[in-house]
Design a protein around this ligand. Structure first.
Ligand SMILES: C[S@@+](CC[C@H](N)C(=O)[O-])C[C@H]1O[C@@H](n2cnc3c(N)ncnc32)[C@H](O)[C@@H]1O
Length: 204
């Protein structure tokens, strides 16, 4: 059964959608990197039309899952998923761009569950792809000023590092500083339920 189920998507999707509806451009294509199961994609796409939604992931199993969810919940603006590794210096969408230009990049719960070079690759890709005014949306748990904002985040960080010492919660200030070096200005930080943040950047 290719359809995967990530329970967290059911808990966070309505809160994330509220922010996306407010901050994303109304037209063009939103490229979702690290889409995972595809449950966010099928939930968000119809709510954000006419903006096109282009899901992607590095994992073949996740691409199969996204396809399966898309078959069950089709939407005219939900494009077929593509294979995309954010750590690469050239992304697949650069060699094969969608018909409608990419006006936003959305990344949910990836930068702490992958090595730091994936965050670096994500920000570098956003700089290459987004035109001025384009939006990069990040969601997940962050440290602030080098400190955890909740005991549950600290425990989650430790749990991640046991699985892979290169994983772990990122410092918001480090991500913002790196984004600035890629011409991405942090325009808003939104406190989200369960000690997560939505962090919104605009390309200059
Ligand atoms: C915790 S899951 C989050 C998935 C989904 N965004 C969600 O919120 O359910 C992390 C995702 O990052 C993807 N990922 C890890 N490294 C990646 C990379 N280098 N490029 C693209 N995706 C990557 C994984 O395949 C996985 O789907």
């Amino acid at each position: 059964m290719p359809q995967r189920h990530a329970p967290a998507t059911g808990r966070n999707r309505t809160y994330i959608l509220e922010v996306l509806q407010r901050v994303l451009p109304k037209t063009g294509t939103a490229l979702e990197t690290a889409s995972g199961s595809g449950e966010h994609a099928v939930y968000f796409a119809p709510e954000l039309a006419p903006l096109n939604w282009l899901p992607s992931d590095i994992s073949a199993e996740n691409l199969a899952s996204i396809n399966a969810w898309r078959e069950e919940f089709p939407s005219g603006n939900l494009l077929p998923p593509i294979s995309l590794d954010v750590s690469k210096s050239v992304w697949s969408v650069e060699t094969n761009p969608p018909q409608q230009a990419i006006t936003a990049i959305v990344n949910i719960n990836m930068i702490h569950i992958s090595p730091w070079n994936c965050c670096e690759g994500l920000l570098a890709g956003a700089e290459r792809i987004l035109e001025p005014g384009g939006i990069l949306f990040l969601y997940g748990p962050f440290m602030r000023g080098g400190a955890h904002s909740a005991a549950s985040n600290e425990a989650f960080d430790a749990h991640l590092k046991v699985q892979n010492p290169r994983w772990g919660l990122r410092n918001l200030e480090s991500v913002v500083a790196l984004a600035e070096s890629h011409g991405l200005e942090c325009i808003e930080v939104v406190d989200m339920p369960a000690n997560n943040l939505s962090v919104i950047f605009e390309a200059g």
